[in-house]
Design a binder for this molecule. Structure first.
Ligand code: PMP
Length: 286
């Protein structure tokens, strides 16, 4: 049984409780982060801590813990649960007022709730899916306009994942005004020649922590990066495509809406970036 962290306590998972009045539960009034673990160490913890702070600030939500405590809790959970490869999930919500109300409660009276738990994923780095590549479908992006804030309102991404499964694919890329925004839980890229093309940061997409690292590593490896909008038709004609996220690192995409990219197998750029990302991230892990 897992040991989880809830509001200041380490508990067995079946003893951890959150109020039915918690605004995360009633209103999706909460933010989250997912940090991966390789070799028992946290990947890009600082990046996730900085984005968490930004998400909280954008929503006027108080953090119930300091940055140092946050790191200590992450490390404690990794150790207590013996995680070598896996994930640490963190969620902070606007707490549990005495009753349901649209107005935010006074943060001095209602503290934020915090929950963390680990997910054990042996073989996360050596994933066979990375060898094979994944298939995506395109769907309309009907999410709200502040996708840069990492909130727990994940119903549409979850529906998108189900639409993909139903179509025999692995994930969905979302389209707004004809242009790809991102995957249901990842950032999206296409490759033309040696050029990596991805949508620039804005309120339309989550500013992926893996995205930032991968673009930095790509430039350090003298690969060309172009941050611009691209259409789904352009993607279908690309030489390669891939996604990035904390839980998948870099994952090649080999098919879009049933159209095979190149030879329908992972090309050169995405697997190389995956290798560089994994190497560099392991070196910098804490
Ligand atoms: N976009 C969306 C919509 C996501 O949910 C995620 C992962 N949570 C990402 C991009 C990738 O972000 P990161 O690299 O920080 O995991």
């Amino acid at each position: 049984m897992r040991t989880v962290y809830v509001n200041g306590e380490y508990l067995p998972e079946d003893e951890a409780k959150i109020s039915i009045f918690d605004r995360g539960f009633l209103m999706a009034d909460g933010v989250y982060e997912v940090t991966s673990v390789l070799d028992g160490k946290l990947i890009d913890f600082d990046g996730h801590a900085v984005r968490l702070k930004r998400s909280l600030d954008e929503l006027d939500m108080a953090s119930p813990v300091s940055d140092e405590d946050l790191l200590a809790i992450h490390r404690d959970l990794v150790e207590k649960n013996g995680i070598v490869e896996g994930l640490v999930y963190l969620q902070i919500t606007r707490g549990a007022p005495a009753d349901r109300d649209f107005a935010f409660p006074d943060p001095d009276e209602v503290p934020s709730s915090i929950v963390l738990f680990t997910q054990n994923k042996p073989g996360l780095a050596a994933s066979p899916a990375a060898q094979k590549g994944m298939k995506v479908i395109s769907i309309e992006d009907i999410r709200w306009g502040r996708r840069d804030i990492k909130t727990v309102q994940l119903l549409y991404p979850s529906m998108g994942k189900m639409m993909a499964k139903k179509a025999g694919a692995d994930d969905a890329w979302m389209i707004q005004d004809g242009h790809v925004t991102e995957g249901t839980s990842n950032n999206a890229y296409i490759v033309k020649g040696n050029k990596i093309i991805t949508r620039p940061r804005s309120n339309d997409i989550l500013h992926g922590i893996t995205r930032a690292a991968v673009l930095r590593f790509a430039e350090e490896a003298q690969m060309e990066v172009e941050e611009r909008l691209f259409t789904i038709d352009e993607a279908k004609e690309a030489d390669e495509a891939f996604i990035t996220s904390a839980s998948t690192f870099v994952m090649p995409v080999v098919e879009i809406d049933g159209v095979a990219l190149g030879d329908g197998v992972p090309g050169k750029v995405a697997p190389r970036l995956r290798e560089i990302y994994l190497d560099e991230s392991r070196k910098a892990a804490i």
